[in-house]
Design a protein around this ligand. Structure first.
Ligand SMILES: *[C@@H]1O[C@H](CO)[C@@H](O)[C@H](O)[C@H]1NC(C)=O
Length: 219
């Protein structure tokens, strides 16, 4: 990392990411776990027998039941496959989405929301400040990255489904209460007024909601 970027990176911890996005767009850092970022690297188009992705909140594409669980449907909608890959990297989260006895509402940010973050979800500017540009290299670095990515993923898993309008709840990551509300026909996650774009899956142990921005996971 160039030293001249550090003030910006540190600043981004305290200022809304959205303000800084145009300044800091930096999608080139490699994934520390070597996983392909499929939408960028796989030009092959949709796989065989994939149903069309869901787009209407009123008509979830998969019906509840039938032994299908969240982990089966997370990969179906390509517009969220960066987040689906992060979930697979975090074993506890992946297990939760396989578990038919624990319901979850997955708040899956669009790939475009992940790509426009000022830093990767596993990067923490405080760690760059304390440890320098190699903060995520080596065994310890890998552990730090995993811990940060887990915090990011768990801030997007709500341990309830159905999740009623106005129902305040803590995410699996256990940060502040969140809830959702409908305003002028748009459903918003609060706090943060993050728009719910569509429901991409409705299965035995929960639902996948596609959201327009990532939640603030950095406290
Ligand atoms: C879990 O989700 C299923 C499918 O939507 C629902 O029928 C069931 O009541 C939910 N269980 C709990 C404990 O909310």
């Amino acid at each position: 990392m160039r030293p001249s970027l550090l003030p910006f990176v540190a600043l981004s911890a305290t200022v809304s990411a959205q303000l800084l996005v145009p300044l800091l767009r930096n999608p080139s850092t490699p994934h520390p776990f070597g996983r392909d970022q499929a939408p960028l690297m796989d030009p092959a188009g949709p796989g065989p027998a994939m149903p069309p992705s869901g787009s209407s909140p009123a008509e979830p594409p998969a019906s509840a039941g039938g032994g299908v669980v969240l982990s089966d449907v997370m990969g179906r909608d390509r517009s969220i496959n960066l987040f689906a890959g992060f979930v697979r990297d975090i074993e506890s989260a992946a297990r939760r989405l396989e578990d038919p006895s624990h319901n979850t509402t997955v708040l899956a940010p669009l790939n475009s929301a992940v790509e426009k973050l000022p830093r990767k979800p596993w990067e923490d500017p405080r760690e760059y400040g304390a440890l320098g540009p190699n903060a995520y290299e080596g065994g310890d670095g890998h552990e730090r990255a995993q811990r940060n990515l887990r915090r990011f993923v768990e801030a997007h898993l709500v341990p309830a489904s159905p999740w009623q309008e106005g129902q305040k709840i803590k995410t699996v990551g256990g940060d502040r209460d969140i809830w959702w509300e409908e305003k002028d026909g748009t459903r918003l996650i609060q706090p943060g007024s993050i728009e719910i774009v569509s429901v991409a899956g409705n299965v035995e142990n929960g639902q996948v909601w596609i959201i327009k921005n990532v939640r603030n996971y950095s406290e």
